[in-house]
Unconditional design. Sequence first.
Lengths: 230, 521
Amino acid sequence: MLTVEAMHVDLGDFTMDGTFEIAKGARVAVMGPSGAGKSTLLNVIAGFQDASGRVLWDGQDIGGLPPAARPVSMVFQDNNLFPHLTAFQNVGLGISPKLRLSDADRARVMEALQRVGLAGLEDRKPAALSGGQQSRVAVARMLLRDKPLVLLDEPFAALGPAMRVEMLGLVRDLVAETGATLLMITHDPEDARLIADHCVLVADGRVEAPVAMETFLNDPPEAMRAYLGT
Amino acid sequence: MAVRTGTLSIWAGAVSAALVLALTLGTLGAVVWRADGFGALGLRDWGYVWFTVWQAAASATISVVLAIPVARALARRQFWGRSALITVLGAPFILPTIVAILGLLAVFGRTGIVSDVLSWAGLEPVSIYGVHGILLAHVFFNLPFATRLILQGWLQIPGERFRLAASLGFSASDVARVLERPMLRDVVPGVFLVIFLICTTSFAVALALGGGPQATTVELAIYQAFRFDFDLSKAALLGLVQVMICVVAGALVFKVRLPSTSGVGLDRVVRRWEADGIGLRLLDAACIALAALFLLGPLSMIVIEGIGGVFSLPGSVLEAAWNSIWVTVVSTLLCMALALSMALAVSRLSAGAGALVEGIGFLTIAASPLVMGTGLFVMIFPFADPTALSLPVTAVVNAAMALPFALRALVPAVRDLQAGYGRLSASLGISGLAWLRWVALSRLRRPLGFGAGLAAALSMGDLGVIALFSNPEVETLPLALFRLMGAYRLEQAAAAALMLVTLSLAAFWICDRGGRVNVDG
C-alpha cells in the first residue's frame, strides 16, 4: 500500500497538498488540468521533489530515501534513454549503473527486450529506433528493475493513437504479471479507461483520494467536468 | 525572399564587402607590392611561428583543463552570488587586454602580492615576463570564456537524464562516465580550437609581457619588422604566415560544433543527487573560490591601486581618453553600418552569394590588424603623413576587427526577421528606407545594440594598430597606459587603467542597454 500523509509542496507561486492511500496492485490514472501538479506528485513519490509530510510504502517511510533506494521505477515524458548507448546498454543500466553484467544478467536483459518485442534490435542506438521502439526500451528497463511501484509521466504522449494503445496494453499486461502498483499521468479518458481501475484527480493545488474509474468517468467531479468539457 | 527592398541593400552590402576585402586582402597586397615581393623567412622567424602555435596550443589546453572542474562546479551548485559570478565570467571579453595585464602584474609581478608573500617566506619572487606570463594572461582571458561555453554544454544535458541517473542509483563517477564525458567529447574540441585561434593572433599580451627570441608571436614580429627595421618584405611574409595560421585554425573551428554562446539559461541549476557527498561539495567550493579569486584578484588590484590617482591624472592621459572616445564612436558606427548592410544583403542573396558575403565579413578574423595597419600606412604614405592619420586609421581597423562579432549577432536576427515578417512587409509594400526605419531598425535593436556594445568595448580597449602608428603627440588611452607602464609610473598606470576599464564597460553598457529599453515583444 502506498500512503501519502499530509504532503505539502511549496514552489513559491505554486503549492500542492494531499493525503491519500493507494492499494497494492492498483492501476491508477492521475488526471487533471495542465499545471495542476500531476508531474510534481509523481516526483514527490519518486524522490525528485522535496515535500513535507510522509510517503510510506507498506508502512515504511520512504520519504528520506534517495531516488534509487525507493521501491519505484519511473518512466519520464522524454529523455528516458541515453542517446549514445545501445538499447541493450540502456536496459542493462537497470541492473548495474557500471554496466558490469554477468552472463545471467545479459540473458535477463535479452529476455526483457524480447518481452517488449525488441528482439534483434538490442544493438541499435535510440536514434535508429522509432518513437514506439524507444518507449519499449524504457518499458523493458522498467520491467527488469522489477520495482513494486511503477510511475509513468505520460511517456507515450508523443506516439500516434494506435501505437499508444499498443503500449498501454503492453504495460497493463506487464504490471498484471508482476503485480506492481501503477500510477500513470494521462490527459485522455480513453487511455485512462484502457489501463487504470482507479483515478486520482489533481486540481486546484489538491490531490484527491482515488475513485473507481467507472464512477469517476460516469460522474466526474466539478473540476474534472470543466477540464473534460462535459 | 526577393522583395523590392532587395536591390538597395544588396548594393550597400556589396560596397561594404568590397571595403572589407580592400582592408584585408588589399592591405596585404599593398604590403607585398611595396615590398617588391616576399623576403625569406630566417631560422629566427620560424622560431616565432613555432612559438605562436605552441603558446596558443598550451594556452588553450590549460584554459580548457582548468575550465572543466569550474564549469562542473557551477553546473551542479546553487550558491549566493552564482549569477553574478557567471556575469563576471563574460567580462574578460570586453576587458581591455592592457588593463588585465596591469592587474596580473599587480598580483603575480615581481612587486606583486604573490612575490611579497614568497619573499616574506624567504623564497625568490616570481616574474611574469616571458613565456609563462603570456600563458598566464591568455588563461586569464580564456578560462572564463571556456568555463561559460562548457557550462552551456553541461546545462544542455536534459534534467531528466540526471533524474534517470538518480533513479538508477548512479554514483558521481557513473554520471561522469555516462552523461558528462560524452558531452565533453562533443564540446571541448570546439572550445579548444576557438581559444587556440584567439591566442594565435595575440599581440598586446606578447608586446607587454613577451619579446625576445623565446617569446615573440608572429604578430609581434610583424610589429617589430615594421617599426624597428621598416622591413616591409618581412612584414608582408609574416603577415601571410599569420593569415595561413588563422585560416587553418578557422577552418577547423568551422568543422566542429560549438555550443551557443548566447548565455541564455545559464542561471539554471539542475538538481543533482549523486554529488551530495561532503568531499564533492568541498571540491566544488574550492574550484569556484579559486576561479573567482584568480579572476577578481587582478581586477580588484586595479581598483584599489587606481582609485586614488584618478583625479590627479596628467592632462595628456585625459587627452588620450578623449581620443579613445571619439575613435570608439567612429569605429562603432562604421562597424555597425558594415555589419547591418552585409547582414541584410546576406538575407536577400541566394544561398551561395550570401555565404560569400558572410565569409568576407569573417575574413577579418584571419587578417592581422598589424598587416592591415602596415598596408594602410603604405597606401597613405605617398599622399599624406600616416602618423597624422593614426586615429582615423585605428578607428577603421578596429571596425573591421569587430565586424565578425557584430555579424554573428546580426545575421541570424536578420534571417529570422526576413522569415517572420518578409511576406507581411512585401504584401504591405513596405520597402527601402521606410522598411529600414519601421521594420528593420526596431526589430533588430537588440542584436544591433549588443553588436555595437562589443564593437565599442573592443575599440575602446584596443592596443594594436595604434602602437604601430604611434607618435609621441597622439595616443589613445590604451597606448598611454602602455607607455605609463613602460615608464614604471605604476600608480598613474593603475589610475589610467581604472579609467579605461570604466570607459570600456560604459561603452558596452550604453550600446547594449540602448538595444534593450522600450523594446516591445
